[in-house]
Design a protein around this ligand. Structure first.
Ligand code: DGL
Length: 268
């Protein structure tokens, strides 16, 4: 069991921000990644559709002999996981817990901002969890529906990204948040643009990276950390393999040189 892979999924490329951190802090782990690139984005879809897609993503990963699943998607974690946790025997971690714990511990003025997809913000789950950890923290949220297409199309550091980000972030800046959760795993790719607008004094949190740290703590506790020196990653997508390999390398911070497999099991 120890040397079984960790399964990670996202609607597309964003979950690679979690994979990047897993590889950094747990280099011996094998990873099976599924990016549902044929159906991205999830964030503006109905609750029922997000739940169905998330269920299918989990069931795809369960075809492999894995020891843990990380839903490295803010939308799946906040909209679908509360409905699905109990349905499977395997441990499934979302990205909210790590980010909310960290936000509560680093905020000095108890004003925390959350940005995410429309589905994530509408679910109110980040605010709910933060307030269950510390009821004195005020949470200010804003949906940023244009961020995912900007990132998925390689426009992360463009003038367009700056203009759109300015619009989305100004209300949170005006609320004087000192901590901002980038509540969608795609958003860390926009860190430069976001940080230029929010200023250096605002701490930006990446839920994918924090979920990887939570996963490490869980595997340590359960004595399930791999004892291999170097793990292997395998990638599966539901649309263009070449696009994923090319853009995915930016998310991962290294070239994806293992093969990316196309899976055609999902209806559009
Ligand atoms: N990475 C997903 C998330 O964290 C992207 C959202 C989407 O597919 O709209 O929410």
């Amino acid at each position: 069991m120890k040397n079984c892979p960790i399964g990670v999924f996202d609607s597309g490329l964003g979950g690679l921000t979690a994979v990047r951190e897993i590889k950094r802090i747990m280099p011996g782990e094998d990873i099976i990644y599924f990016g549902d690139t044929g159906r991205v984005p999830y964030g503006n879809r109905s609750r029922e559709t997000i739940i169905r897609y998330t269920k299918e993503d989990i069931e795809f990963l369960l075809r492999h002999d894995i020891k843990l699943i990380i839903a490295a998607c803010g939308t799946a974690s906040s909209v679908a996981l509360p409905k699905l946790y109990d349905k499977y025997d395997i441990k499934i971690m979302g990205v909210l817990e790590g980010a909310c714990k960290e936000a509560v511990s680093v905020t000095r003025n108890k004003r925390v901002g959350v940005i995410g997809t429309a589905g994530t913000v509408k679910s109110g789950k980040y605010a709910e969890l933060i307030n269950s950890l510390d009821p004195n923290v005020q949470v200010f949220s804003n949906a940023c529906p244009m961020f995912v297409p900007l990132v998925e199309n390689g426009y992360s550091e463009s003038r367009a990204a700056e203009l759109i980000a300015n619009d989305y972030l100004l209300p949170l800046k005006n609320e004087k948040v000192d901590t901002l959760i980038l509540g969608c795993t795609h958003y860390p790719l926009l860190t430069k643009v976001i940080s230029d607008i929010m200023g250096d004094e605002v701490t930006l949190l990446s839920p994918g990276a924090l979920a990887a740290q939570e996963a490490k703590a869980y595997l340590e506790k359960e004595n399930l950390l791999s004892d291999k020196k170097q793990g292997v990653s395998e990638f599966y997508v539901s649309d263009s393999v070449d696009d994923f390999a090319q853009l995915g390398s930016t998310f991962l911070g290294e070239t994806i040189n293992t093969s990316v497999h196309l899976t055609e099991v999902f209806e559009q």
